[in-house]
Structures are given as structure tokens and as C-alpha cells.
Design a protein. Structure first.
Length: 398
């Protein structure tokens, strides 16, 4: 006998389930609230479609307009470098106690930029042919090392990696890099024209800004925001350029003292790749490290030089750079990798060199406005950004 109060033969009551969806009635469809909700959902859908369309159009323009945009972006980078060097020459008065006029600082910045670009191009062009000619010799040396290592462990057959090493074709990648640099040299006339017009726009930009502002307060807020963005970008370009030059010079001295082949070429590579945080230093050390393994037979020499080459950019980028900049402007490692892949697929090798400065500048701009600051936090390496100045710069006019 059970305690069930239901009579014998009675079926158990069904468990209450979720209420079925009820379609809106005709009166509800005619309600203004229903029309507003429907129109809001439609607007959201159209906004998403428009955003996806703009992204697709942007990628289409970047790919199709590569021949026009790459020289222009390079010209903008050179222009920012000139402005940063001009500020460096003006700030040198703190140490020399000799004031440097703005015009003289600009002339010195232009001369230094032209000299540096000429030196880089000459060093690369003079080293590329030697690197390509020496690659077969280094490949044979690698095969010998692998074959001797296999014999030490008792393997007497043919080197199984010989065909794989031959199919790597490093000459092709070096020639492609040389071709990209040669393409920039061919476009140097167009780049110089862009730089000249950008320098001319620098002197007239203030008047255009005054014409855009509606009120004095709006004008002051706008000028303050643009000035702070410009100061941060100039600070990044100036400090990063000088520190990259220091890394290149120190690494060149270490490689030259050890007798590494093509030390000048690797020094230029250290300078260029140092603009890419973390990953750039790894890539810059990897190539000369492989060369040293093939070139030298002394293990202590190889290890000591590699340790020095790793220590120089590590100390400068992780300890000296944050102290000089006041805060870290580095990007997240994931953002750097995705940027390298994205810009490399769009603009090739030149895009891979330009992607990190572009993303850093974009992150600086995003951090200056309340509506875009969350994006800057997501792109940053540690989530810390300079938000105090951003709030003041982004405050609307009253």
C-alpha cells in the first residue's frame, strides 16, 4: 500500500512546461511600440551590414591601391621621423645650452633622415648579392653538420634532410626582400614629393583647424587633443628610432668583434626589426644565430655571441625604453602576430615592417577618446593606458 492520494487507474498530471510563444495580435502589431521595436531591429541589422560593407571596401582599397598607398604610408613614416628628429635637435639645447632655431632643427632633421635612408639602402644593396651567393655554401655546411651528427648516433645512411634543406630556397626569400626594397627605391621620387607636401601641410594645418572649430572652446579642445596625439606619436618615433639605432650599433660591434659574416646587413636588420616588439628581436637574433652555427665550429663562441645579441635588445626594450617613454606603448603579442599576418598578406614584406608603427599610432589615437578607449585597452600589452590626458582632450565643448 502506497501513500499516493490519486485514485487507482488515474494518470499522473503532466509537469508544467514553458509557455508556448504567442504571436502578437493584430492590435499589438498596430501599436506604435511594436513599430518602434521593429524599426530598431531593422536599423541594427542595417548598421551591421553597413559596417561589414565598409570593412570589405577598406580591404579592397588597400589591396587594389597598394601601388599608391605603400609609397604614401612610407612618406608619412619618413615625415613623422623628420618631425621627431627635429624635436630631438631642439631638445639638445638642454645639454649644449645652445638654442637651436626651428628652421635649423628642421634642416638638420631632413639631412639626418636622408643620410640614414641612403646608408641603409647602400648597406642592404651591397650585402644582398653576397648573402645570396653564400647561401649554397652554408647549405652544404648544414648538410655536413647533420650528416656528421647522424654518424655519431650510429646512422650510416644518406642524410634524410638534404632534400628538405634544398627545397627551402632561402635565395628566393632574400631576393623577394631585395625586390621589395628595390621597389621602394624606384618609388623614391614619388615618396619625396609626398614628404614635401606633408611638410608644407604642417605649416598650414593650424589655420585649417581654426576654420573647422565652431567655438573657441571647441577649438581649444580640438587643438589640445591633436597636440597631445602628435606629442605621443613624436615621442614614440623619436625614442624608438634612437633606441633601434643603439641596438643596431651594439649588435654590430658584437658581431664584428666575433667575425660574423655580413655583420653590416644583420645590423640593419636589427634596426628595422626592433620596431616590432618581442617578435622582432627574436627574428633579428635567429638569422645571424643560424649563420654562426654554420660558420663557426667553436660552441662557446657561438653561445656567447648569441647571448650578447639576445641581451642587448632585451635590456634596451624592457628596461631602458619604458623609462624613457614614461609608459609602455607596446602592443599585445597576439595583436602583433595578427598585424604581421594581415598587413603582410596585403602589402607584402613592406607591410610587415610598417604594421607595428601603424598599429602603435592607431592605439595612441584610440586612447585619446572616451568612445574608443576600450579598443585601445584591448590592443595594449598590459591594459594600462594614459587615460587622464584622454579624458581632458575628449571632453566636449560646453
Amino acid at each position: 500500500m502506497t501513500d499516493d492520494p490519486r485514485p487507482d487507474g488515474a494518470t499522473p498530471a503532466a509537469e508544467p512546461g514553458p509557455a508556448p510563444a504567442v504571436a502578437p495580435t493584430e492590435d499589438e502589431r498596430r501599436s506604435p511600440l511594436f513599430a518602434i521595436a521593429k524599426s530598431t531591429a531593422m536599423l541594427r541589422f542595417l548598421a551591421i551590414c553597413a559596417a561589414l560593407g565598409l570593412v570589405a571596401l577598406l580591404f579592397f582599397v588597400l589591396v587594389v591601391g597598394r601601388d599608391f598607398l605603400v609609397p604614401f604610408v612610407v612618406a608619412v613614416a619618413i615625415w613623422y621621423l623628420m618631425i621627431a628628429l627635429k624635436e630631438s635637435f631642439k631638445q639638445s639645447a638642454k645639454y649644449t645650452r645652445v638654442p637651436v632655431p626651428d628652421a635649423i632643427a628642421m634642416v638638420l632633421a631632413i639631412a639626418a633622415t636622408v643620410l640614414a635612408i641612403t646608408l641603409i639602402v647602400v648597406l642592404i644593396n651591397s650585402s644582398i648579392s653576397g648573402v645570396i651567393a653564400s647561401i649554397p655554401k652554408y647549405q652544404d655546411r648544414i648538410n655536413d653538420i647533420i650528416g656528421n651528427s647522424l654518424k655519431l648516433v650510429g646512422y650510416e645512411g644518406e642524410n634524410p634532410l638534404r632534400e628538405f634543406i634544398a627545397n627551402l630556397r632561402p635565395q628566393e626569400y632574400v631576393s623577394r626582400a631585395a625586390g621589395a626594397i628595390g621597389g621602394l627605391v624606384q618609388d623614391m621620387g614619388l615618396i619625396i614629393v609626398y614628404v614635401l607636401f606633408l611638410l608644407l601641410e604642417t605649416w598650414t594645418f593650424g589655420r585649417k583647424l581654426n576654420a573647422l572649430a565652431r567655438t573657441d572652446t571647441h577649438r581649444e579642445n580640438l587643438r589640445s587633443a591633436i597636440r597631445e596625439i602628435g606629442e605621443d606619436i613624436n615621442t614614440y618615433m623619436r625614442i624608438k628610432t634612437w633606441l633601434s639605432a643603439a641596438v643596431a650599433v651594439l649588435c654590430y660591434a658584437a658581431m664584428k668583434a666575433a667575425g660574423v659574416d655580413f655583420a653590416e646587413f644583420w645590423a640593419v636588420l636589427f634596426f628595422l626589426l626592433n620596431y616590432i616588439p618581442t617578435i622582432g628581436a627574436i627574428l633579428a637574433v635567429f638569422f645571424p644565430a643560424v649563420l654562426m652555427i654554420v660558420q663557426f665550429t667553436s660552441v662557446p663562441l657561438i653561445v656567447s655571441v648569441i647571448v650578447v645579441l639576445i641581451a642587448i635588445p632585451t635590456v634596451i626594450n624592457n628596461f631602458v625604453e619604458p623609462r624613457m617613454m614614461g609608459r609602455s606603448l607596446n602592443l599585445s603579442s597576439l595583436v602583433i602576430i595578427m598585424s604581421l599576418i594581415l598587413w603582410g598578406s596585403i602589402w607584402g614584406i613592406i607591410g610587415m615592417f610598417l604594421c607595428v608603427p601603424i598599429m602603435v599610432i592607431l592605439n595612441i589615437v584610440l586612447a585619446k577618446f572616451d568612445s574608443t578607449r576600450p579598443l585601445a585597452v584591448m590592443l595594449s600589452a598590459n591594459g594600462r593606458i594614459d587615460s587622464t590626458r584622454a579624458v581632458a582632450a575628449a571632453r566636449p565643448a560646453e
